[in-house]
Design a binder for this molecule. Structure first.
Ligand code: GLY
Ligand code: MN
Length: 498
């Protein structure tokens, strides 16, 4: 948690931006996973609530009455049963004091506050809800059906929150650097322990353990897969195979809920083949290019297309693509290799503020994406960069068998792609390299004091430095593996049905 002054001044700025009415910011509630008193999903506070009210407890709502200049933290104090089972926590009054809020009220009073505001036709601002329990809460309080709530959410509030949360302050950058340190440990753990014969799940479980031991949790479900061509491929019980690449996309969330998001793709046996290296170097070049282009005033969609251009030109050199690069990019031919955007905002949410709607977070009138075109319709960030923005730089090249087949059958972008040559890459998988860029006064830099190895020679060297992997074989390590191996690769089935 930051100092009281941080939250006081954030709410003052929010009041100025929204101008009038009542702002209601809902904190999240506990979510039982399988039965009410057992198996909770890990509690995660709403990021906008955290940003303005700082408190991590469930069952809280923040109310900012702009017209009456009154701020209230709403919530019920825990009772003796909760204390017996879970221990004591600060009272709602104490929590309000910690973040400079003058008033508190029990949850039942929220209905009266809303009824009064509705009676006097005052504007009630709320953000688009993304959890069902909050949708029910809004339905009870304001009578707006859950299906209508996204449309009824306050655009003034959305724009104000996006404006404020997009630019990270120095104290937030310290938090992001800390999250990057956790991410570094997660990734280097994956690189250190990976070897043929382990399962994807085993390595990803160890990686997740690092996040849990140093921070709050993972910033999103860890992607650790030999099927790098599946964008969000979850780890399976498949064994890691000698000669293949594995893609590791993961991040840590620190105790103050700031995130990291990095991807590395590396050879399971520690040595790239020439074919792997040919593609890897293209992704590496596209990844590094962003460093020289991204700066205040530059549109991120232009950085994206600079990466696409590099990828398409190099794929032409490798014989997989052909034709005029400008025409190919206009037709969207590059998206067969890179079907997603170069990056997204990152902060307290790994896809920062995505719940507020990507169109408001990543775009403006000048940079609205072409929602009709495959690939471009997946962009999450296009607008002009500002000092203090944090965006991911995550180019990739993927060979998606089902997509290659579909485009081939439809002759889609046939003037720009050599489908016969692409056939031979249908067993390749995919490569992504991702780091988090902080936009500085006149350029940008990667977040994280130590770079997770990604230049091929560093990746291979880190494998060597991990020591004699065969020493694991006689250790408890192998004992632990007994019983968790499974030869079937569920991805293979999944791929057929794509
Ligand atoms: N790192 C996961 C994603 O950006 O979607
Ligand atoms: Mn990402």
């Amino acid at each position: 948690m930051f100092s009281k002054e941080t939250y006081v001044s954030r709410r003052a700025e929010l009041r100025q931006l929204v101008k009038n009415g009542i702002i209601i910011l809902f904190g999240n509630n506990e979510s039982p996973a399988n039965c009410p008193a057992n198996g909770y999903y890990p509690f995660r506070q709403d990021s906008s609530f955290l940003y303005y009210f700082g408190q991590q407890r469930d069952g809280l709502v923040g109310v900012i009455d702009i017209d009456e200049n009154r701020e209230t933290l709403i919530g019920d104090d825990i009772d003796i049963d909760d204390i017996v089972w879970f221990g004591s926590v600060d009272s709602v009054h104490d929590m309000a004091m910690q973040v400079g809020v003058a008033n508190t009220a029990p949850m039942k009073q929220l209905k009266a506050i809303c009824d009064n505001a509705l009676r006097s036709h005052r504007k009630i601002h709320f953000l688009p809800p993304y959890r069902s329990d909050i949708k029910i809460q809004i339905f009870d309080l304001l009578g707006i059906h859950p299906n209508q709530q996204k449309a009824a959410a306050s655009l003034d509030l959305i724009h104000a929150v996006v404006k404020m949360r997009s630019t990270k302050t120095e104290e937030e950058i310290v938090e992001l650097e800390h999250a990057a340190t956790i991410g570094y440990r997660m990734h280097t753990t994956a690189m250190r322990i990976t070897r043929p014969g382990l399962t994807e799940k085993y390595v990803s479980g160890q990686v997740d353990g690092v996040a849990h031991s140093f921070g709050s949790m993972v910033s999103f479900p860890t992607i650790f897969t030999q099927h790098g061509e599946i964008m969000h491929g979850i780890p399976s019980m498949a064994e890691l195979e000698d000669g293949r690449l594995v893609l590791c996309d993961c991040g840590g969330e620190n105790m103050n809920h700031y995130c990291s998001d990095n991807t590395r793709t590396f050879p399971i046996n520690g040595k790239f083949t020439q074919r792997q290296l040919d593609i890897y170097k293209v992704v590496e070049e596209a990844h590094d290019a962003a460093l020289g282009i991204a700066k205040p005033g530059v549109k991120y969609v232009d950085v994206h297309f600079a990466a696409c251009r590099i990828i398409f030109d190099r794929m032409k050199e490798l014989g997989l693509a052909k034709g005029d690069t400008d025409a190919a990019l206009a037709a969207g031919a590059h998206a067969i290799f890179l079907p997603h955007g170069l990056g997204h905002m990152m902060g307290m949410d790994v896809h920062d503020m995505e719940a507020l709607d990507q169109i408001y977070v990543g775009f403006d009138e000048e940079t609205r994406p072409n929602l009709e075109q495959f690939g471009t319709n997946s962009l999450r960030m296009g607008r002009r960069l500002q000092e203090g923005f944090v965006v991911t730089d995550e180019p990739g090249i993927y060979f998606i068998p089902a997509l290659i087949d579909e485009w081939h059958a439809k002759k889609h972008c046939a003037d720009f792609l050599n489908f016969d040559k692409l056939e031979a890459y249908k067993d390749f998988g995919g490569i992504r390299i991702e780091d988090d860029l902080l936009i500085t006064k006149d350029g940008c830099r990667f977040i994280g004091e130590e770079r997770i190895p990604y230049h091929p020679k560093d990746v291979e060297a880190s494998w060597q430095q991990a020591g004699n992997k065969s020493s694991y074989q006689s250790s408890i390590y192998n004992y632990l593996l007994r019983g968790i191996r499974c030869r079937r690769d569920p991805r293979k089935r999944q791929q057929k049905s794509l």
